[in-house]
Design a binder for this molecule. Sequence first.
Ligand code: SFD
Ligand code: AMP
Length: 629
Amino acid sequence: MNIENFETIVVETDLLILGGGMAACGAAFEASYWAKKNNLKVTLVDKAAMERSGAVAMGLSAINLYLGLKNGKNTVEDYVNYVKTDLMGIIRDDLVANIARHVDSSVHLFEKWGLPIWKDDDGNYINEGRWQIMIHGESYKNIVSEAAKNALKELGENGRYYERIFIAEPIMDGDRCIGAAGFSVRENKFYIFKAKSVLDTMGGAVHVFRPRSVGEGLGRSWYPPFNSGASAYFTLKAGAEMTCQEVRFVPVRFKDSYGPVGAWFLLFKSKATNAKGEDYMETRAAELEKWAPYGTAKPTPANLRNYLMLLELEEGNGPIYMHTEEAIKKLVAEIPDEKEAKRKLKELESEAWEDFLDMTISQALNWAAHNIEPENTPSEISACEPYFISSHSGASGAWISGPKDLAPSEDYHWGYDNMTTRKGLFAAGDASGASSHKFSSGSFTEGRIAGKSALVFCVDNPDSVNLSNDKINELKQRILQPLTTFETHKNYANDEDVNPNFIKPKMFMFRLQKIMDEYAGGASVNFKTSKPLLEKGLEFLQYMKEDAEKLAAKDLHELMRAWENVHRLWQAESHIRTMLFREETRWPGYYFRTDYPEMKDEWKAFANCRWNPETGEWEMIKREIKELT
Ligand code: SFD
Ligand code: AMP
């Protein structure tokens, strides 16, 4: 493809929202309200179609963050303490509390917009666990994105959304972010978005580590393949400080199709055992004491639940089974009336299937293909490969300014809620770090907080931003370079995928995944790593950085793939550097440092990092944890 044929389109806006997921929809909804009052423009850009983009694409079966503050059962403080335990002490209380105190209203909006929430006979939401409520959520994302689009449409000419535009790079003017550059994945169009403030909500990252799925299953993973590290790349390249880049998430899921386990553990009260039928949460309870106070708290942190399971596998005690059949039998046995018990059995069977059909359809197909009847047959569960998702039980993302009334000091609050350490650049959802367990509802809520705050930044900074044509041309040449590289060298070899002058994105991704898996503690080495391994991995990543200059794309789709892998590479590098920096093991079950096998008091701290755009060097920063409770 000849890049001379690419049209350059320059879009000017006040607030630019990058991504169209849960946080972006929250931001669009909230910012539109304030934009109308201030006659400001809001523009949203998604690489996919908002109806089915991001982590909620397939739908969800639960909303994992709802406090029910009105019912008086839970407090914000309870929630902060729960999240703190689950993340082994490493969270920003101010950020978690800010989301928790506002989240219920977002859930009420979802219901108003048409999301069916499970209710009991008295009309109360049905809880899955203490913080989670059950939904019929197959169309969750459609419902939320429709509301976001409607809010933007209300602004008329001032509200715009662009779909199928891939954002590749931030645009900076010194230490201020003034926009983003990208391209259409369908047409020969290069896009420059100029903005007074920019909100990064492009999700987390998958396929940085080698996936367990191979061959025909390749691409199947727990985390959605659409999110490939764009958020972390964007803030890193802008020179913003990042936090918790070492905290990857390794979910336990139904094996091979990645169906959720939450409903089984919490709603159906199911148990998982090794092949001998031993409940490892009981037989290995003594191990948890090593990780006190978090290990001995309830509920047991997610990484430690994983860890006990991994110890079983290491000793050859697999497969690990989720005993759906025992859980269902127990629930039915509680009902004395035979007819009612039969009805309950049918209801539970249907709920079991719906849990998957609402959010992980392939798991239902897997059950059908393997003759699994959940009421009669246990199912294998397994630890996935690692992902970067700060909104679930991970924490990696940008270091952002907290709310004025809660933030304890200046390194936690420097002006606008959710602004990164770069002026005008905001982050929310999976893009902001150290505020785990926000999930779908909390990400939407944090998007609302960040959207409003980023709009205030526009009101306070009303002057237009400047961007020269030279800079636009430089960005265009650089971002479209993989097309030029392919065009220049494609005739050198018969096979378009193998050529000494370039590397195709798929090959590049395989190489990255192999390095991360083997050196940075992937699934194939049982999530273990050490200084020598990490240093070797880092050395290999430097060669990959050199090779990234030779990425080649034959079409727009491959151009997107090329940039996705550049984004992953930066996510990978910040991950390895931060694991090296934190000289302890804090989250066994996510990763284990064999050279530092214990948790240390001196590391009850944030491990932050920053890539310095002026020097091209990485800076590692240790920050104090300041607790509110
Ligand atoms: O239980 C670019 N999550 C669950 N949350 C719940 O509340 N309940 C559940 O049941 C959940 N389950 C679950 C969850 C996540 C996943 C992956 C699975 C199951 C399989 C968590 C939530 O889904 C999650 O917290 C939020 O979705 C996070 O919101 P946000 O906005 O941070 O991310 P997003 O929704 O994935 O959206 C990202 C957007 O960015 C776009 N994008 N756009 C332009 N240019 C680029 N380069 C881009 N790169 C990405 C994407 O297209 C998308 O629009 S349970 O099983 O855990
Ligand atoms: P999951 O399906 O694993 O994503 O879990 C959904 C929700 O349930 C999340 O809030 C998890 O933290 C929580 N959860 C899952 N399994 C357990 C468990 N065994 N104990 C406590 N909480 C759990």
